[in-house]
Write a protein that binds this ligand. Structure first.
Ligand code: PGA
Length: 246
């Protein structure tokens, strides 16, 4: 299971960042679990260059523009140079600030071109009764993957993160049967993109994953891992959530 920990802006001191990293190194020994820490950019620069452990690192966002004159932006090349392996692209909190599917597609290309693995976030705002959210997801996927060579496409990790489930609690998260359906749906679309061959892409789920629900969500849903926000930003809850999988 791939467990990607999206610290967002929850972690505001180097002491806390270091404590979480130390926890992750201990948890790295948990069987079947591969941990990816995704801190803020300053904390990525603090922790990743010295990392010799099994824990991997990612960056929360990268710039879509290929220009050095881009104040405040972080390029995929910069993130790579300090030790990132993964990059989140198209998180709903970035999309809410105006990031379009076209910008997301640019970022996916830039991430791949610089040797990082994109964690492409897709997700609907609401689950309407007519299931139009399924076409929203399909569109997000198709635009983001458009024009990629099959080899690049297969490296993209897809994170299904329904917006209605983000930042809440386990009891307001998706249910295991609904998640199983969504995993099938996403894998079906990916199979269509690969013109009939089963797609190899990993599919993660994110949205209020906590110690209380991670095990049931993992069992039988076909999911390959999780993108965890708030529950990954405190050593105690982080430990509980990873150990719940063991
Ligand atoms: P959450 O966040 O676990 O706090 O719901 C997940 C995410 O937004 O990646």
């Amino acid at each position: 299971m791939l467990i990607a920990c999206n610290w967002k802006s929850y972690v505001e001191t180097r002491e806390k960042a270091k404590a979480l990293y130390a926890t992750a190194k201990r948890l790295g020994a948990v069987k079947r679990v591969k941990l990816v820490l995704i801190p803020s950019a300053p904390h990525l620069g603090l922790l990743a260059p010295l990392n010799r452990s099994k824990v991997l690192f990612g960056v929360q966002d990268v710039t879509a523009v290929n220009e050095a004159a881009a104040t405040g932006e972080i390029s995929a090349a910069t993130a790579r140079s300090v030790g990132a392996t993964y990059a989140i692209v198209g998180h709903s909190e970035r999309r809410a600030k105006g990031e379009t599917d076209a910008i997301v597609a640019e970022k996916v290309k830039r991430v791949l071109a610089n040797g990082l693995i994109p964690i492409l976030c897709i997700g609907e705002k609401v689950r309407d009764e007519d299931a139009t959210y399924l076409s929203t997801l399909k569109q997000q996927l198709m635009i983001a993957l458009d024009g990629l060579a099959p080899k690049d496409r297969s490296r993209v990790v897809i994170a299904y993160e329904p917006i209605w489930a983000i930042g809440k609690h386990a009891d307001q998260s998706i249910t295991e049967p609904d998640l199983a359906e969504m995993v099938l749906y996403i894998k079906k679309i990916m199979g269509e993109v690969e013109t009939g061959k089963p797609a190899k892409n990993l599919v993660l789920y994110g949205g209020s994953v906590e110690a209380e629900n991670i095990r049931s969500l993992a069992g039988g849903s076909g999911i390959d891992g999780f993108l965890i926000g708030h529950a990954s930003t405190d050593p105690k809850t982080f430990t509980a959530v990873v150990k719940a999988l063991a």
